[in-house]
Design a protein around this ligand. Structure first.
Ligand code: FAD
Length: 347
């Protein structure tokens, strides 16, 4: 079989890029190991406009969000929802109030509350909070739908790809019986561990999440304070997460489970029941400068990378998949801050 592009990995990056390349009339073949290490299957897929202790709006967020909303709505996986960021102290509250004066933040802030219980009597928001216009993305549905499309077209092989098995030659790459004009790594944090792109400054970070049942009254917004709790309706919640830079694996741990349950309970001003239905772990493909890694290997012109989506893949991936498609098909330059050429290999 001969295709234009061989894509390694069918997480969020590989899924959106495969669709984008097909939309541009190119042929693709995807190899994925059955989502064995897919952080896209673990993520709650939240799109939270203002984040971090300093409660800041990411640069380019309005442009990235608008593109994500359009593309993910078309795919039927974009779920608009408010996010209630409960402030941890007066300082954060003062920052929240200040953000309401910034014009690029204003479209994302629906309301700032000043006292406990002002938004919802059942919350422990002693310093008030900011109600933001956010969203979450149904990533498992997106992955399953794209997988079905690719399988129906005969464009997906379920296998573990070993970079040593790929033979590079001037016109492209050969993998098993397949020949492709180029190979694109979309394998998440695995590119930090092996293969041609290990030289990049990756900072993979493990995180865990729970799906649980609780008798707490359902909310119409996501709760956010240090972690988050996403109401899925009928007493079902997803809650997470934590950051761990060692032990990079997909194994959920008991101490984190206890911590996530404690934090979930701390959001409510009453005893709430918790029954854990699922506990998962994954590794975020984070980078040293919080920007994706996109582009071509410096010594291998037929070897590309679309990854490093970090903790906010849902925000980055839709627009960046489009830009990566334009780069691969038309040679349109990538944004310098996302082009992997900003880092040179050692030696
Ligand atoms: C706990 C947690 C919470 C998160 N929360 C959010 C959130 O709320 N919002 C948000 O936007 N982002 C969140 N993220 C980040 C988000 O998951 C990532 O940015 C995004 O999903 C990365 O997508 P990807 O396709 O690059 O990688 P992945 O989803 O990891 O996909 C890589 C794919 O390649 C496959 N693969 C790897 N190696 C091989 C191989 N050798 N052969 C074949 N296949 C291979 C994997 O199995 C997988 O299917 C979270 C991540 C974690 C871990």
């Amino acid at each position: 079989m001969q295709v234009d592009f061989l894509i390694v990995g069918q997480g969020l990056a590989g899924s959106l890029l495969a669709r984008e390349l097909r939309r541009r009339g190119r042929t693709v073949h995807v190899v994925d190991d059955g989502w064995k290490s897919a952080s896209s299957q673990v993520a709650a897929g939240l799109m939270t406009p203002l984040t971090g202790r300093r409660f800041t709006l990411t640069k380019d967020y309005p442009e990235l969000f608008a593109a994500a909303q359009a593309k993910l709505t078309e795919l039927g996986v974009f779920r608009p929802i408010k996010v209630y960021r409960m402030f941890v102290d007066d300082e954060q509250r003062a920052k929240g109030l200040k953000r309401t004066e910034c014009t690029s933040c204003q479209p994302f802030i629906a309301r700032v509350t000043s006292a406990r219980g002002e938004l919802d009597a059942g919350l422990t928001d002693a310093f008030g909070g900011a109600l933001m216009n956010g969203a979450w993305v149904d990533l498992p549905k997106l992955l399953a739908d794209v997988r079905a499309e690719l399988l129906a077209a005969g464009n997906l092989t379920e296998a573990a790809f070993d970079p040593a098995e790929a033979a590079l030659f001037a016109e492209g790459v050969r993998w098993r019986t397949l020949r492709a004009g180029a190979i694109i790594y979309c394998d998440g944090y695995k590119s930090a561990l092996r293969g041609p792109f290990t030289y990049l400054p990756w900072q993979p970070a493990k995180g865990e999440a729970l799906t649980l049942r609780s008798d707490v009254p359902d909310k119409s917004f996501i709760l956010n304070r240090e972690g988050w709790a996403l109401p899925l309706g009928q007493g079902v919640w997803r809650t997470g997460t934590n950051w761990q830079w060692d032990q990079l694996d997909e194994i959920p741990t008991e101490p984190q489970k206890e911590k996530l349950i404690r934090r979930f309970r701390s959001y409510f001003g009453q005893d709430v029941s918790v029954e854990v239905a699922a506990h998962v772990a994954g590794v975020r493909p984070c980078t040293s400068d919080n920007h994706p890694f996109m582009g071509t290997h410096p010594q291998q012109p037929r070897t590309h990378l679309f990854g490093g989506l970090g903790p906010r893949g849902t925000v980055w991936a839709p627009l960046m998949a489009e830009e990566m498609g334009a780069y691969l098909c038309e040679g349109t330059p990538l944004r310098p801050e996302c082009n992997l050429s900003r880092f040179a290999p050692a030696g």
